[in-house]
Design a protein. Structure first.
Length: 202
């Protein structure tokens, strides 16, 4: 099976509330920003004070990093969102569909129930993205640039080939027949429609 995907610059979106540890998030954002000048890191939080603290920590944390020049270029097109509610924050995260999503909130499970688009999700303060990069067992080949809305990371399923099977009873065919004939007619495929009708009459 083909395993090609659109794999662009690295992305991290951190979803955080007032209970999150600012120093952890600052470190996480820098850990992804150092990948590439085109990497993008995003903080989405419901707490403006937390956002201010994290933004103030980043320059001092970055100062001693050997890839500081790359980080600075990455940060130039990264951003912070202060959401009015956690619902709005989650909606933004799902629309952005990040390669990496870090959830650092008080009620992690409640937030997780509403996450529908992300390449890989890191739950809680003790789950840095570096764990997934190197040792926690998840795949490191993940969709970027919003493609997590319709694509998954590479997994064992990527190397499997599947076949679908259908067996219909006459009763089942009769129940589906109106839908089948309507769609066949809409597509202008009369032979499809007749293949159903001949069975209905038999």
């Amino acid at each position: 099976a083909a395993i090609d995907m659109i794999a662009g610059p690295s992305e991290l979106l951190v979803l955080a509330d007032a209970t999150a540890r600012a120093e952890f998030i600052a470190a996480d954002l820098l850990s992804q920003a150092e990948h590439d000048p085109d990497a993008q890191v995003v903080l989405v939080t419901t707490d403006a004070r937390l956002a201010e603290t994290i933004v103030s920590l980043i320059p001092s944390y970055a100062q001693s990093l050997p890839r500081r020049a790359i980080i600075e270029r990455s940060l130039a097109h990264s951003f912070v969102v202060v959401a009015n509610s956690m619902e709005d924050a989650i909606a933004f995260a799902n629309q952005y569909a990040p390669e990496h999503l870090s959830i650092q909130v008080a009620n992690e499970d409640a937030v997780l129930q509403h996450i529908s688009h992300a390449g890989s999700v890191f739950v809680g303060p003790c789950a840095p993205v570096a764990a997934g990069d190197y040792a926690s067992g998840t795949n490191h080949t993940l969709p970027t640039a919003g493609t997590a809305r319709f694509y998954s990371g590479v997994s064992i399923d990527s190397f499997q080939k599947s076949i679908t099977f259908q067996r219909l009873s006459r009763e089942g065919l009769v129940r589906l027949a109106p839908t089948l004939k309507t769609l066949a007619a809409a597509e202008g495929l009369e032979a499809h429609k007749r293949a159903v009708e001949i069975r209905e009459r038999s």
